[in-house]
Design a protein around this ligand. Sequence first.
Ligand code: UD1
Length: 422
Amino acid sequence: MEKFIVEKSPPLKGKVKIGGSKNSALPILAASLLTQESCTIKDIPKLQDIDIMKKILEDLGATVIWDEKDNVIHVQSSNITKTEANTELINKIRASFLIMGPLLARYGYAKVALPGGCCIGARPVDLHLKGFHNLGAEVIQEHGYVIARANMLKGAKIYLDFPSVGATENIMMASVYAEGQTVIENCAIEPEIVDLANFLNSLGAQIKGAGTDTIKINGVKKLEGAEHTIIPDRIEAGTFMIAAAITNGDIILENVLVEHLKPIIAKLKETNVNVEELENALRVYKDENTVLKGVDIKTMPYPSFPTDMQAQFMSLLLCGEGSSMVTETVFENRFMHVSEFKRMGAEIKIDSRTAFIEGKSKLSGASVKATDLRAGAALVLAALNADGITEISDIHHIDRGYCSFDEKIRLLGGKITRMKSS
Ligand code: UD1
């Protein structure tokens, strides 16, 4: 077990290169199970979640070669020997459930452990299963597993009660070989959905409408191999934008797609932080004399403010002038970071799904715990601006989604050290 020791830091300054998106890379790796031809996926972030997905694919019989130096993965799924996934591996990451759609599509059978809830919410998979069922699969849940089987999947109209990212991805992958047309209505429109559709189309799938609330998939008989580059990680980018703002710094983020960052940029500008668009880069800066204004945010599916940036943005609002309101509508229990912020002196009250934040909190270093991935990153951000020393435990959560987080912060001038926990 490791921990971070973070000291109040000077303004973070310099350039940081944003990696490929974790939430794009995971479904795209799962999608490589759909073809027996070779897939080359570039800009794969060096993260623990990716390593687990790699092991899941290998356990099924795929050959996966990860060139970590060049951030490239080659997958060859011509020798799949199993359609029942290794439960121990599956339980490590929720995104592992995304192998269900590809296995069902290619082999007509899949058995995968039912993902449990996690600390941010119950996170059911009913919409994924409704999609498989509508495509003609028999779906059974028993002894903690989901078993789906079908002789031949048939295109269908599937309406999602909520635009779930995972359900949209799983159903899109399940339907690529289905006979006729599948229409997914009220689907998610996140950039990661578009990236997955682009990858599948480069394999030869026929998917239209990704990025809108209706996706149409015309079933094909065969998929080829392809080379694909993962989009930049908009949440890693957003986190470094806050790092610049919270330390009155000046950071240039390279490898970003500004289009994907619109809600974060808009809210940062409302707080008085400067955001300047450069070519394929973004400059975020604030001088210490400009007053940081409190603002209200409400998380919603894309293109609204992302739930994955809620905790990090809250760390910024703690230093704002005036009060702010943060409403979480996507997950039912995503305020675990609040009690940790309070240990650092933050004044926050929670009423149901809204957190009321008293700005200008005088934060001081304390021993806190990273309760989940984004909550952990938010604690690092708050600690950069807190008096004294903050000790953050359980940082394995942070390593799941940020590649060399501490190293990147140090290169910008932040005072953060990784240590073994005693
Ligand atoms: C993905 C992201 C995660 C992000 C989330 C929302 C990945 C690997 N993870 O998670 O980082 O926070 O999108 O942007 O891409 N729901 C149901 N039934 C279902 C599926 C979902 O009720 O069958 C609910 C969930 O409980 C949750 C909401 O829908 O309240 C959103 O979940 P979803 O969009 O599916 O998130 P994930 O795909 O799990």
